[in-house]
Design a protein around this ligand. Structure first.
Ligand code: NAD
Length: 468
């Protein structure tokens, strides 16, 4: 595919900008594509197309919007193999991991979103007045690289279903799956301008969108630093803003709980996307007097995860996404050793000659104020922290600037009581599994606002009271 194009106003167009950004395959460092580094003129065209399209899209029958999103879902299903292949190449995932969790859960989520909107009351009659929920207008959707399709779907489908129009700026590191998505939009025949794709760096294109006078709402997923810049600019422009940011989530193993279950669920979140998951349970909190037994289990279970070339096997954990991520993970592992924590499994990553490969690293003897316990590393690095009693566990769990997710594994009633006291947006108790029908988002520095669930729709709606 020729990637030197943008999708604006219902067609593929040549960018005004002649600058490009290289997209690298992290598994072998090959340059697999060059995408436009869009300029002001490109952004201008996309925003004005979205603004014009909003004039009619906001009044389109809900049934028509749902019908188009249903067709889009079917088309994405048709293009699933292409999406899997491109995510393998741009994110360094193996085939099975590119399909799940990268593609399939978000195709399924579209059904959940259709379900939610079909049951949503856009007008509520009250005594003497009614409340209407109306879309904002042009939504700038700015997304990260770690779930390149999923993060887009979670924003744009609810936003479109309730009548907003979109200018999407995907991460410049993994923008290619968004091109296939744009092809799906094109095939389905959405009204022109309802969905637009521009590409480029966050500090340039993302910033232009966030500050554009005709962008009415900004939905951002990314780092805390990026979120601060976007939040500040959006508030300066009096725009609605949603921020989905990072995490350093705790998993608490309670005495009497199913340790194998808890460790398996923890390791899946920390290892399976090479640790590049915002809601990963990267701090494992364990009872002090069972340290030895639990740590042995963690090491034994860690050995079952295979890391390496994502093209070599269907279900192998691939490399980190970039040199920047590799350097960051290496730096933190070294820092953990310097701070006095002990590696009980794995080693400092050293070889980035062929691709950004790292293996799992498990740290023991971690104190909650060490950098490896307080900062988001975004690599397959687990910090094990001991607690004295349950009050201590809750205190450690909450002693963080983040609040995205958490987990409690233990006797059901006690686990639920503790779950209620963790200051985070999503908690897993024992066998619990997340659903896109439920809200997802952060407390504290993990963000403002929610995606998924009814709240994920209301993020794209404003309320109007009509008295009569
Ligand atoms: P990032 O902040 O570098 O970039 C995210 C997106 O924002 C990219 O498209 C980027 O180009 C753009 N951007 C960056 N700075 C910008 C600015 N000043 N103005 C406008 N746009 C800007 O983040 P990343 O490295 O791509 O993603 C990893 C981060 O995302 C991690 O911190 C992770 O925890 C977080 N994340 C959070 C969630 C969630 O739902 N809470 C989900 C996935 C990832």
């Amino acid at each position: 595919m020729d990637y030197n194009k943008l999708y604006i106003d219902g067609k593929w167009v040549k960018p005004n900008s002649s600058k490009t950004i290289e997209v690298e395959n992290p598994a072998n460092k090959e340059i697999i594509a060059k995408i436009p580094a869009s300029n002001k003129d490109d952004v201008e065209k996309a925003v004005s197309a979205a603004k014009l399209a909003f004039e009619s899209w906001q009044y389109e029958d809900l049934s028509k919007r749902v019908e188009l999103v249903q067709k889009l879902k079917d088309e994405i299903e048709n293009r699933k193999d292409d999406m899997v292949k491109i995510i393998m190449d741009e994110l360094g995932r193996s085939k099975a991991f590119a399909l799940d969790p990268q593609v399939q859960p978000y195709i399924d989520a579209m059904e959940d979103f259709i379900d939610i909107v079909n049951n949503y009351e856009f007008e509520v009659e009250k005594d003497g007045y009614k409340v209407r929920k109306e879309p904002f207008g042009v939504v700038a959707a700015i997304t990260p690289w770690n779930y390149p399709l999923g993060q887009i779907i979670k924003k744009i489908i609810p936003a479109l279903l309730v009548g907003n129009t979109i200018v999407l700026k995907p991460s410049q590191k993994t923008p290619l799956v968004a091109y296939i998505l744009a092809e799906c939009f094109d095939k389905v025949g959405f009204p022109k301008g309802v969905f637009n794709l521009v590409t480029g760096a966050g500090s340039e294109v993302g910033d232009m969108l966030t500050k554009h006078k005709d962008v009415d709402a900004v939905s951002f997923t990314g780092s805390v630093e990026g979120g601060k810049a976007v939040g500040e600019a959006a508030i300066n422009g009096i725009k609605k803003v949603t921020l989905e940011l990072g995490g350093k989530s705790p998993a608490i193993l309670l005495k009497g709980g199913d340790y194998e279950l808890g460790i398996k669920k923890t390791l899946n979140t920390v290892y399976n996307n090479t640790g590049q998951t915002c809601s990963a349970f990267t701090r494992l909190l364990i009872p002090k007097d069972e340290k030895e037994e639990i740590e042995k289990l963690v090491v034994d279970m860690s050995k079952k995860y295979k890391f390496g070339d994502p093209y070599s096997e269907d279900k192998i954990v691939g490399p980190l996404v970039s040199q920047k991520q590799f350097d960051k993970v290496k730096k933190y592992v070294e820092k953990g050793i310097d701070e006095g924590a002990n590696i009980i499994y794995g080693e400092v990553p050293t070889d980035d000659s062929k691709g950004y490969y790292v293996g799992p690293v498990v740290f023991s003897d971690v104190k909650n104020d060490m950098a490896i316990a307080s900062d988001e590393i975004f690599g397959p690095v687990l910090s094990i922290i001991t607690y004295k009693d349950e009050e201590d566990a809750i205190k450690i769990a909450n002693d963080t600037t983040f609040g995205l997710a958490g987990a409690v594994f233990g006797p059901e009633e006690k686990a639920h009581k503790i779950a209620n006291r963790i200051k985070a947006g999503t908690i897993t108790v024992n066998e619990g599994n997340r659903s896109h029908k439920a809200p997802f988002g952060g407390y504290k520095h993990s963000g403002i606002g929610r995606e998924g669930g009814v709240a994920g729709f209301e993020a794209f709606l404003q309320e109007k009271a009509i008295f009569s």
